[in-house]
Design a protein around this ligand. Structure first.
Ligand code: PGA
Length: 254
């Protein structure tokens, strides 16, 4: 059975104290519940990663960054490198999020470099793909997602690809309160899985975890996660409140 994952993308939110409280609540929950086949990952802002990994060490909570540099080290003021993250025991990194594509001009090519950098330092990329609203309205959503996969992750060999988590995040659903319907999510996840099978093989396709992201919350999570090709979620807004995030974790694990 594929690993089911609930990952929280905190984006640029929370003060130190608020971050501390939220991590504590999640750690308490994870510690006291036997999550059978579900991994919980939190992706706080980078300044709180150490706080998170300190707590995570005591539990089976996992920690991810929200971004890393495509450079290894050097004079890149403000950037955070893969070796730095590895040295802090950060096991995951969101790469290719639509907000980074939009506000920081990240291209598929740059995202491919970041994916390579992450893998070189034993960090599993949570690779985000997804179409804009006009692209879906024109019926181009499958082609857009295919191109994102081809240009950013399909250059990997099978072993490296095995360390990737895919997150399908239709951009029109992110932070808008408009969620993809359960059928829309399943249809795209099935398509992504079939592309992986075509590119690699049946087994790789079957074992790749594909998350849904975009206005996922405690009310719609259960229905979304019940789809055969939806293996959990990348949660933004709803990961900022512990009770809401915990309900989402519970909706996948029961
Ligand atoms: P959202 O964000 O849940 O707030 O829509 C998801 C994401 O951007 O990863």
């Amino acid at each position: 059975m594929r690993t089911q994952i609930v990952a929280g993308n905190w984006k640029m939110n929370k003060t130190f104290e608020e971050a501390d409280d939220l991590i504590n609540d999640i750690v308490d929950f994870v510690k006291n519940h036997n999550l059978e086949n579900t991994a919980v990952i939190i992706c706080p802002p980078s300044v709180y990663l150490e706080l998170a990994t300190d707590f995570a060490n005591e539990t089976n909570l996992h920690v991810g960054a929200q971004n890393l540099s495509n450079y290894e080290s050097g004079a890149y003021t403000g950037e955070i490198s893969a070796p730095m993250l590895e040295s802090m025991e950060v096991g995951y990194c969101i790469i290719g999020h639509s907000e980074r594509r939009k506000y920081f001009n990240e291209t598929n090519e740059m995202i491919a470099e970041k994916v390579n950098m992450a893998l070189k330092y034993n960090i599993s990329p949570i690779f985000c793909c997804g179409e804009l609203l006009p692209e879906r309205e024109k019926g181009n959503h499958f082609d857009i997602v295919k191109k994102q996969l081809e240009e950013s992750v399909f250059h990997l060999n099978k072993t490296d690809f095995g360390n990737i988590i895919i997150a399908y995040e239709p951009v029109w659903a992110i932070g808008t309160g408009v969620t993809a319907t359960s059928d829309q999510a399943q249809e795209m996840h099935y398509y992504i899985r079939s592309l992986i099978k075509e590119k690699y093989d049946e087994e790789t396709g079957e074992s790749t975890t594909i998350l849904y992201g975009g206005s996922c919350n405690s009310k719609n999570a259960k229905e979304l996660f019940a789809n055969p090709d939806v293996d959990g979620g990348l949660i933004g807004g709803a990961s900022l409140k512990s009770d809401e995030f915990i309900k989402i974790i519970q909706s996948i694990d029961d």
